[in-house]
Design a protein around this ligand. Sequence first.
Ligand code: HEM
Length: 459
Amino acid sequence: MYKQDTTLPRQAQIRPGLLEVIAHSLQVINITHSWYNIFAYLLKPINFFVTYIQSIRANQADYLYHKRLAHGENFVCAGGVWMSGFNEIKENLIEPQARAFKLAPSQLDKERLPRSDNGRLLFLLSLSQRGAAGNGDWEAYRAAFEDYITHTEETKLRVNDETTKKLMDKLVADYKKTGLKKEGEFFENNDSGIQDFLLRYLHYVLLGLDPFDDEKMGILNDYHYDSRSAAYYLNILGNALQRFRFTDWPEKLEKVIKVYEESPALSVMEGGQEKYNNMSRKDLAKLTVSIMAIAGLIGPFTLCKIVLGNQPLPEYEGQPTKDIDVVNFWDQINLDDREEVKNYIYECGRLRHPVSNTHKVATEDFTARVGNRDIEFKKGTIVFIPMVLASLDKSVYGEDTFEFNQKRENLCPFSTMFHSFGDQTNGRVCPGKAIAESMVADILINLGKSRREASAMNN
Ligand code: HEM
């Protein structure tokens, strides 16, 4: 049985409110009670409600930071144990993970996740790795995803070719047309500006689809943006939305799967290869649609909103972070030095991860200190990994942790933004990392230059 080092300080740093203490105790009872605890069963409906509300709020970094202050480094929330110590987060990101049907703290609907015709689950984020009770499916499907989509020679070439340059020119034109602003149409309208760019750019770079084919791009825009494709996979909400709002989701999904299956990247795939556990081309297309819906478009959009100043930094309790205007730093960095641009991206991401947390499933019983108590948790407990809290650790980043400094030490080597610890990974590092990093740097360089030209003309 794993036993956490309980000599480390785990105390709360602020006094939680009464309701918070009650909610925390309820959550602890809920995940630790024995079979014979009738009281715990009676409280299940209330706990279900508490878990649901917390799982929505726990996507926000400032809420997680508050929880750590209020309950200490380990706390119970949204139906799982959160281990927010720097070393625990690091270890959890570089050791094999067992997984459940979770997207950060939100519950996924296992009936809606992509499956092969013989019922095998294809969805990477919910598959366990071999070193943690996995059956080898994650390794096989992940290899196919990299070999045909993210890590091909064609993908690398497309990142810097004439087509992506044209897309970038259009983005710059949209930015100028909408007044180089931090808010408004450039961010909100999904038929132009940043959202339109991301849809066309990523489907071109990853799948080789023609970004100027308006019919195909229309199908993708309609499903991913207008019909909120990510929500399709969520438990409860997915069903409710399909019933009352997006009644034609299944037909739209089929259309997108067909576009992906026939794309230049996937059409060269031979189905039934043993190294990919006999996955078919359609299986890879279904997996890719779910990934683009859940990770491939939302992650980059959120990061772009942060680095372009559209999304303010979180209001961490007692800290001045929300008053930092990152654009002031963007306007100062050397745009001809890609390394400096990359550091700017990582400093923005340190203060606000686009994906604040993930999870693993405990593969053995374990003990963790919560407040002043050592609590035993059973195998199967959800252990949340709040990546963003590792990047806010004063013992690592020093007294100026909550200030913006893109020159700080260990910025990239310690970054947890892409589900790794810098370059160290259990293999689950985001496979889109290199593409996203290069794309966001290009966006900052090109839009940044147009900002400087405009300001030179005004002076
Ligand atoms: C700024 C942009 C992005 C960020 C910050 C980001 C971040 C992340 C994070 C934190 C995870 C781990 C999630 C988890 O396991 O719970 C992840 C997983 C993943 N991301 Fe990204 N991502 C980005 C862009 C992309 C893009 C463009 C793609 C498209 C190919 C992509 C594909 C994936 C896939 C397939 C996984 C699952 C990996 C696995 O479990 O094996 N991501 N990403």
